[in-house]
Design a protein around this ligand. Sequence first.
Ligand code: FE
Ligand code: FE
Ligand code: ZN
Length: 279
Amino acid sequence: MSDFYIGNHLSSSKGYAAMAKMEEKLGGNTFAFFTRNPRGGKAKDIDEKDIEKFLQLSEEYKLGKLVAHAPYTMNLCAAKEDIRAFSREMVRDDMRRMEYTPGNYYNFHPGSHVGQGVEKGIELIVEALNDILDENQSTTVLLETMAGKGSEVGRSFEELREIIDRVELNEKLGVCFDTCHVWDGGYDIVNNLDGVLDEFDRVIGLDRLCAVHFNDSMNDCGAHKDRHEKIGQGKIGLEAMKRVALHPALQGKPFILETPNDDDGYAAEIAMFKKWHLG
Ligand code: FE
Ligand code: FE
Ligand code: ZN
């Protein structure tokens, strides 16, 4: 197993080495985790022994790039100045912590403009990223494609493109393609996957597509709802999910399951993904 990377979202409560062992047990070779409590707040102190052990295991298990996830509550384009400042400090701290495991991905939801309008939202996100990103960082920051629930920014490829265009150090930026969100956002990956990926390439560029959040959806295309479903049990369905998994444009990228599953459910989805690839 070397030219594909599959894994799932894990609890980070026992540290990095424990996550690597857990993922190995589930059959995967990459994983995601929240950099801190998903509701925000203080991150656990970095345990250098744990990091050392993780880096060893990472080689032993041949793990692909990790796809860390910022907390949900973080909003770089909040209307309130104190929430924006707090979010910015969280990302800055996460960037510092990510350097202990160099060269990985840090995925975040661009933000919700909460009635200020998408243009203002984009302006605030760009301003924050220009403040935070450092030319010496080894982490690539991924903007996640969003379902367009409420006032989410990032509901179209154009919105993400605009953020990327306006960030100075945009060589540090990429995109995480969430299949449930893209579908809910109105991109028909069931009937026109090639067309959607062509559009992504035209608007953003496939070279920016770094990771995939691999989720089925409970809702119809364009519903702007964002309710994840198990692979093959939602409106995207098994055949379409399989076509995404095997699409030539997406090969070699980390695929992260964020499906409503227990450990056995994740192991089964990982096994299915591997079977698709190995035949
Ligand atoms: Fe997300
Ligand atoms: Fe996601
Ligand atoms: Zn989602």
